[in-house]
Ligand binder design. Sequence first.
Ligand SMILES: O=C1O[C@H](COP(=O)(O)O)[C@@H](O)[C@H](O)[C@H]1O
Length: 231
Amino acid sequence: MRAIVEGDRVALVAATAERLTSLIAELIAERGGAVIALTGGSVGIELLSALADRDIDWEHVVVTWSDERFVEADSSDRNARQAREALLDRVPIPAGSVLELPAADGASLDAAAAAATELLAGVGVIDLTLLGMGPDAHVASLFPGLPGVRDTGSRVIAVRDSPKPPPERLSFTLEAINASDRVWLIVAGADKADAVALAASGASADEAPAGAVHGRLETLMLLDEDAAARL
Ligand SMILES: O=C1O[C@H](COP(=O)(O)O)[C@@H](O)[C@H](O)[C@H]1O
């Protein structure tokens, strides 16, 4: 995992927006399209806002999410709703290219996880999975010490006991994250510095899920100086 450090949170978001804009352009030029798994969380949503006025060929971009809070479709807790408000409702991305993970609108959490796995079956390899990280070193909705970290065999799992509310979530497994071509972990703030150092130290996935993620081609830890302070 390669760490790239920017001065502060604003600089980190701007530099990551620039990096992502360039990557999408390269992927479209080389392969005709880009498939990105978005992240929720504070920096993740700030990054999406920063992309809204970039020159991106949205017609050729497909997005999904590396995790989702299992709440009703119109809940402000939903990563997809936050992403729509920050970016997706403001750019010309085709409706069929926005692959939202299911909401809690009647189906059970297990059925939603199975439906999400099926939804992603049509997507193939994800070019880039974006991840935020909590102060406990969780990524997506894979939390230290919880069994989801060790889950294999399906791309999306049901999470029932998230220590960060809301408790019910859908999450990519580590296996699914690590099947992506690229993984970018975007982290800002002094409250994350210990978790960044732990993740970078080779701690186990059980202790620091963030330390167990890697892309097939590229793995970046994009940090501000506060988050990088203990490296
Ligand atoms: O709940 C979540 O939290 C993490 C990190 O969020 P942050 O606000 O501390 O940056 C995020 O990566 C994840 O997608 C989200 O569901």
